[in-house]
Design a protein around this ligand. Structure first.
Ligand SMILES: Nc1nc2c(c(=O)[nH]1)N[C@H]1C(S)=C(S)[C@@H](COP(=O)(O)O)O[C@H]1N2
Ligand SMILES: [Mo]
Length: 390
């Protein structure tokens, strides 16, 4: 078993120890920062080969390091399909084209003149799972403006139905059609329906936690669709194209869908759905102790913004016990942190698992409940963790 990680070790990993900063005096770091003398108890099922940086442009967040409501920008998970495009901030423009009365070409300064709002939103990649120790998730305070302001300025035509968001990143793709194959250069693109795009919720962000977006985060501008899986949050946003017909691009209609078997009218059928809103998930992120035989379990909840009724923790298959939701993370679309006091567990190995229920009565499924899901995206199953108490 690996030795327990001390508060100082955690600060070291965060790169703060050497510059004399402590968790306590960082902004926003209230619950669940480690208190003096608290140590992290290692999970015995945490993969020894966990690699937070598998390649130059991908980063997993090590959720054991959750230290407050917001994920530090330099630790926010990151991933994309075509690598990082080169975007020249000075000549970059956000274009709005298609079925609008006034096509637009806006600089970042033009956008900043339209307002300055904050949005607290967390998200996970729809591919986040136990395999990644749930590290493809994070929570941020974003600065920007509602998408609606830009669309209103452009004047959306009455017959417009579909809003396509293109990133500046592109790649070569083979498109199969019947017996033919076409090689095309394609920009990353995702779409929203008219109702979704004009709802007032989608957001155009240029800063994360008060700092301009990094290249990883999609500088200079990205879309955020609160409550949706990460794929909706188009980075390096360069063009919004408004059209009447559904957008059929690869990342809209082929890569980001889920195949389930469902009973439809008495017949079990395959059913394919597009990845959209985040499915209700809770995750145990870490266990800490102050060395007095009492342990604290901390985790997060992500979902589509529906209020949460309860989070419960189960130890070794026993009764479900209520966890406490942190008052520091009550924003509708932010992740919700929870804690659970686990007092005087016996020495030996234990299994901990959490489950969340929303106010509609939807309960986080078990892995067994998800057996009808054939493809791996949208894995919101309960996430058991193993831990050894000395
Ligand atoms: N332009 C562009 N935006 C993109 C992607 C991409 O490949 N290109 N990947 C999406 C996916 S699948 C995810 S999970 C999130 C990741 O955002 P992050 O790197 O800021 O965490 O970006 C989304 N936005
Ligand atoms: Mo993703």
């Amino acid at each position: 078993m690996a030795p327990a990680q001390s508060r100082r070790d955690i600060l070291k990993t965060l790169g703060l120890a050497g510059i004399g900063l402590s968790v306590a005096n960082l902004p926003g770091f209230t619950l669940p920062a480690l208190a003096q003398g608290e140590t992290v108890v290692p999970f015995s099922d945490f993969p020894a080969n966990f690699n937070p940086n598998p390649n130059a442009t991908t980063r997993n967040y090590d959720i054991r390091k959750i230290d407050g409501p917001y994920t530090p920008p330099d630790q926010f998970f990151t991933t994309q399909h075509y690598g990082h495009p080169t975007v020249d901030a000075a000549s970059w423009r956000l274009k709005v084209s298609g079925m609008v009365t006034s096509p637009l070409s806006l600089s970042l300064d033009d956008l900043k003149k339209m307002g300055n709002r904050e949005l607290i939103a967390g998200f996970e990649c729809s591919g986040n799972s136990p395999r990644l120790v749930q590290g493809f998730a994070g929570n941020g305070k974003w600065t920007g403006i509602p998408l609606r302001l830009v669309l209103d300025q452009a004047g959306v035509s009455r017959d417009a139905r579909e809003f396509v968001f293109f990133g500046a990143d592109k790649g070569q793709e083979e498109i199969e059609w019947r017996t033919q194959k076409f090689t095309v250069e394609q920009q990353f693109g995702r779409s929203l329906t008219r109702e979704q795009a004009l709802s007032g919720e989608p957001f155009l962000a240029w800063a994360l936690n008060g700092q301009p977006l990094t290249v990883h985060q999609g500088s200079p501008l990205r879309l955020l669709v609160p409550g949706w899986y990460g794929v909706a949050n188009v980075k390096w946003l360069s063009n919004i194209h408004v059209q009447a017909e559904p957008y059929m691009g690869k990342f809209q209609t082929r890569w980001y869908r889920t195949l389930r078997e469902e009973n439809i009218g008495g017949v079990v059928m395959p059913k394919e759905t597009g990845v959209s809103k985040m499915r209700l998930k809770s995750v145990i992120a870490r266990v800490t102790t102050s060395g007095n035989k009492n342990y604290k379990v901390t985790g997060f909840v992500l979902n589509d913004g529906t209020p949460i009724r309860s989070v419960e923790v189960q130890v070794d298959g026993g009764a479900w016990q209520k966890a406490t939701l942190s008052p520091d993370t009550s924003a509708t679309y932010g992740w919700k942190l929870f804690t659970f006091d686990w007092n005087t567990p016996a020495a030996g190995e234990h299994t901990l698992v959490s489950r969340v229920t929303d106010t509609n009565g939807v309960v986080q499924p078990t892995a067994a409940d998800l057996a009808n899901k054939k493809t791996f995206l949208e894995d919101n199953g309960q996430f058991p963790r193993k831990i050894t108490i000395a």
